[in-house]
Unconditional design. Structure first.
Length: 128
């Protein structure tokens, strides 16, 4: 059965982490192009959406959030490889940090939904 509370909380948290990520990206020198900002926010929001609708039990909420956060960060990370190198951040460092932060954001979204709001996942499929 679909958990609407979990879906709403995880999706909203995805937007929150997207704006956190946007603030971090905007703090670097130079102006962040508008489409890149939209991509950052929507990438994290889609990860929250996926966490909210997922029914794949991966053993523990921490693993579930981390895996989904990592997977949904890959497109954003690969697009970060196209960014011009700067003295502060190389494209490779951007790639790695995007994936690591995606993992952290996924865990954070899952923590808020599962632990703080007690919106447990509806289990339809168990991955062993």
């Amino acid at each position: 059965m679909f958990n609407t509370k979990r879906f709403i909380i995880a999706t909203l948290m995805g937007f929150v982490t997207g704006f956190i990520c946007l603030a971090l990206a905007s703090s670097s020198p130079g102006e962040l192009p508008g489409p890149v900002g939209y991509q950052i926010v929507l990438s994290r929001a889609i990860a929250g959406f996926a966490i909210g609708i997922s029914v794949f039990k991966m053993g523990h909420w921490l693993i579930h959030g981390g895996v989904i956060g990592l997977l949904f960060s890959l497109p954003l990370a690969f697009s970060g490889l196209m960014a011009p190198d700067s003295p502060e951040f190389s494209a490779t460092a951007m790639f790695i940090m995007t994936i690591v932060l995606g993992l952290i954001y996924g865990i954070l979204i899952e923590f808020v939904a599962t632990i703080l709001f007690k919106a447990k996942m509806s289990v339809a499929v168990k991955i062993s």
